[in-house]
Design a protein around this ligand. Sequence first.
Ligand SMILES: [Zn+2]
Length: 94
Amino acid sequence: MASRIERLKAATHVYVGRCRCGSAVAACVDTQDNETAKDVSGFVRQGYAVDRVPIADMHEGRIRLEQCRCGGAPTKQGDLFAAHPSDRSESDGA
Ligand SMILES: [Zn+2]
């Protein structure tokens, strides 16, 4: 029985979760075990469309995970959405 590491090494595909805006916001390696099933069902629960793609597409950059564009994905990275305070320190000259 292969260990999870071995299954990861032998994996040929990944599951990609896409938000409704089309952003690939989540991915998990298809190790054909319970971990994969759990991850994928988590994507579905969050309302993502799930694609199964060759792992090479990821390694070679044809698919990139990105920050969701519509804000609908619960990625919990609010800081990235928060507007950066414009850092104008208004010098009032002497
Ligand atoms: Zn989105």
